[in-house]
Ligand binder design. Structure first.
Ligand SMILES: NC(=O)c1ccc[n+]([C@@H]2O[C@H](COP(=O)([O-])OP(=O)(O)OC[C@H]3O[C@@H](n4cnc5c(N)ncnc54)[C@H](OP(=O)(O)O)[C@@H]3O)[C@@H](O)[C@H]2O)c1
Length: 334
């Protein structure tokens, strides 16, 4: 089968199209022919080995110290069609159109994926694909959708509250903006360039260009802040949070663990760094809000799988608006 293999950590040129063996299906697993996958900021960070909370060290131990050996096929979300059922699988049928995540197994840059039909922790999740989306639209939705929902729900966002989304023009932010608006929140977004017009069209109440405005000087205060950028200045950005408010951080550093403790004790502010545990219930919620028209994935470009390296370079160019999909052109032969 076709698969994009990561031959070395670092730049996009380490991603090479290759021929890999098709995975065998074990009891309790389903075999999915992948039609589409995505290129997220998280995939690029994994390729460069620049991970949050000091995880790069553990990833080298797990996958290979100098070059990736154990984990070579990246890709953490997909859409496709079930083409084989392992013994004892009753929840799915051959031909079902599905979407989901691979968990720590990754591998969605390969043409076939064998995944547990009923996954345990960190094994990802698979559910039926939303009927109103193309395979490419569906493939970019699972991780960002579940993270956005998880961060807003754990922040207990309610109608009428003020939300600030920092880095709103990408995968998580575009989902979070739509979910927050549907919950009746007043949403301010921060990003730059061509993303600003798209964010206004998605319904943002206020749009801030961080390259033109130092929004940290504002006197406005927010009940909930979702920061998908992080990395530095988190303590300064937390000043924009109301006392008792909730600040969700998608890329935490080890120092943020201490910041979290200090802010909770002295300022009554909650810094949340835990990511979604990607449950079936969360992905089914995302499928529902998509099917009833409340959330629509923002898809910038679709690259053929052969151009995965180019897609990664584009994801890191600062020009990406929303999401990028990878497409396997070969569809299921019946
Ligand atoms: N996607 C997921 O499912 C997921 C899950 C868990 C954690 N995370 C983590 O969350 C982070 C964001 O993920 P994402 O997929 O939403 O990334 P993304 O698609 O790249 O979106 C981030 C957005 O923030 C913008 N930005 C960069 N610097 C900024 C700044 N100083 N102020 C305001 N906006 C800024 C980026 O613009 P430019 O493109 O111009 O830089 C981009 O539009 C990543 O570090 C990722 O590891 C992601």
């Amino acid at each position: 089968m076709k698969a994009v293999v990561l031959q070395k950590y670092g730049g996009p040129e380490g991603l090479i199209l290759s021929e890999n063996p098709k995975p065998a299906v074990k009891p309790g697993e389903i075999l999915i022919q992948v039609y589409s996958s995505s290129v997220t900021a998280g995939d690029c960070e994994l390729r460069r080995l620049e991970l949050p909370l000091g995880l790069s060290f553990f990833m080298r131990l797990y996958s290979g110290w100098k070059t990736p050996k154990h984990l070579q096929v990246l890709g953490q979300e997909f859409s496709g069609v079930i083409c084989e059922l392992g013994e004892g699988v009753h929840d799915f049928s051959i031909g079902d159109e599905v979407f989901g995540t691979t968990g720590m197994k990754f591998g969605a840059y390969g043409q076939y994926l064998a995944l547990p039909a009923i996954p345990r922790d960190a094994e990802g999740v698979v559910v039926k694909k939303p009927e109103n989306l193309s395979f490419e639209e569906a493939a970019v939705l699972p991780t960002a959708g579940m993270e956005a929902m998880h961060y807003l729900q754990s922040s207990q966002l309610t109608k009428g509250q003020k939300v600030l989304i920092i880095g709103a023009g990408g995968s998580i932010g575009t989902c979070a903006l739509q979910i927050a608006k549907n919950l009746g929140a007043e949403v301010t977004v921060v990003d730059s360039g061509d993303k600003l017009e798209m964010l206004s069209k998605l319904g943002a109440d206020e749009v801030i260009d961080f390259t033109a405005t130092d929004y940290l000087k504002t006197k406005n205060r927010y009940h909930v802040i979702l920061d998908v950028v992080g990395k530095k200045d988190v303590a300064r950005r937390m000043r924009l949070l109301e006392s008792g408010g909730s600040y969700a951080l998608a890329f935490p550093q080890i120092s943020d663990l201490f910041l979290s403790l200090g802010q909770r004790i002295f300022k009554k502010k909650h810094l949340r760094i835990q990511a979604s545990n990607q449950s079936k219930g969360e992905l089914e919620y995302i499928k529902d809000v998509v099917e009833n028209g409340d959330v629509k994935p923002v898809l910038d470009r679709i690259f053929p799988i052969e151009s995965a390296a180019e897609a990664h370079a584009y994801a890191e160019s600062g020009r990406k608006i929303g999401n990028i999909a990878l497409s396997f052109t070969e569809k299921l032969s019946t």
